[in-house]
Ligand binder design. Structure first.
Ligand code: 9Z3
Length: 330
């Protein structure tokens, strides 16, 4: 049995992150091994689509882990399965965007999500064809054919680039690298930051190397605050891009004020506010000009509609206006 967390101490606040300016964070942490290769891949993707004038969106998706040991046996995780990110990616692709999908390894992927994490095992979708081969069971064929056609078309046109992370450190390094690449297309880039990013972490310098041993009583964890990357992203890394962040709360009474504070603090273009328990049916789109309540009617949800199909077109029209305004100034 592992040592129990001390719930009182885990809620004690220990002051701001030692790396509130972020430079310190990137200097002190270790970059992921695949960073240079990923940057090369993303640069090639951005160059290819920038030459055709296509808009590109970075969709971040899924939860980041917080390792407790450098040789990680245990880690803190969160609820996100990456559903929002995977659905949103399909929506953007259908509306002509190229997508960089920065996603938690093994979380939901666009298109395959319809089958990978479903109540059916993937084998339930198949049946023997009687000739020694396998076919798709007839009741699933029409829906699967539609998904397959969309998936193949995206693949053939090279419209989707997937980059994976597991922990919050990898996420922050990859985000900075991809942002640098995307900043080259200026206003045509959109950032859609839907990943459930950890607020607290253990810096490399304070992390034990080996497995934490049991037997010494309660385990007290002290976590530093994860630096807020939205600030440099908006102000320095990609100042011309259209940036959408997400604000997740469990208490509806603070959602709008927290979203507005975020918008005022970071100066980006939109916040999608959502409550954990209702996030699939209700979001609030907050910009400097408006506060729009968006709800998916029950009937539409029952018929298979998804709320991303309602609010992503709203974001896209605002992105188009953002590009138009910039072109008037140039
Ligand atoms: C969201 O709020 C996403 O909508 C969800 C999607 C994570 C709720 P699922 O993956 O869930 O479909 O199950 N993402 C952002 C959450 C976040 O970490 N926001 C931070 C904050 O609220 C930074 S802006 O403080």
């Amino acid at each position: 049995m592992d040592r129990k967390l001390d719930h009182t101490s885990s809620y004690q606040r220990i002051g701001p992150s030692q790396f509130s300016d972020l430079t310190g964070f990137y200097d002190a942490q270790k970059a992921p091994a695949n960073l240079t290769e990923t940057r090369r891949r993303v640069d090639a993707f951005v160059n290819k689509h920038s030459s055709t004038g296509r808009r590109i969106v970075l969709v971040t998706s899924g939860g980041t882990t917080v390792p407790l040991e450098a040789q990680t046996v245990r880690f803190i995780d969160n609820f996100s399965a990456g559903t929002r990110g995977a659905i949103s990616t399909e929506q953007f692709l259908e509306r002509g965007y190229a997508v960089i999908f920065l996603s938690r390894q093994y979380s939901l992927l666009p298109y395959s999500r319809h089958y990978s994490h479903s109540k059916n095992c993937f084998l339930d979708f198949m049946k023997p064809d009687g000739l020694g081969g396998i076919t798709v069971a007839p009741q699933f064929t029409p829906a699967m054919l539609k998904v397959l056609e969309k998936y193949n078309s995206v693949k053939q046109q090279g419209l989707l680039e997937v980059v994976n992370f597991v922990d919050v450190n990898e996420y922050l390094f990859l985000l900075r690298e991809i942002t640098a690449s995307l900043s080259t297309i200026r206003e045509r880039a959109m950032f859609y930051l839907a990943a459930a990013v950890s607020d607290f972490y253990i810096p490399l310098g304070k992390m034990v190397v080996h497995k934490i041993q049991s037997g010494d009583g309660a385990l007290h964890l002290e976590l530093d605050q994860v630096p807020k990357v939205l600030s440099p992203l908006v102000k320095e890394w990609a100042p011309k891009a259209f940036v959408v962040s997400f604000k997740l709360e469990t208490d509806p009474s603070i959602l709008i004020s927290k979203a507005k504070t975020s918008l005022a603090r970071y100066g980006h273009q939109a916040v999608i506010g959502n409550i954990l328990s209702t996030r699939k049916y209700h979001v609030i789109l907050i910009t400097n000009e408006e506060e729009k309540d968006i709800r998916l009617p029950e009937k539409e949800a029952d018929a298979g509609a998804e709320i991303e199909g309602l609010f992503i077109p709203e974001l896209i029209s605002r992105h188009e206006e953002w590009i138009r305004q910039a072109s008037l100034q140039n």
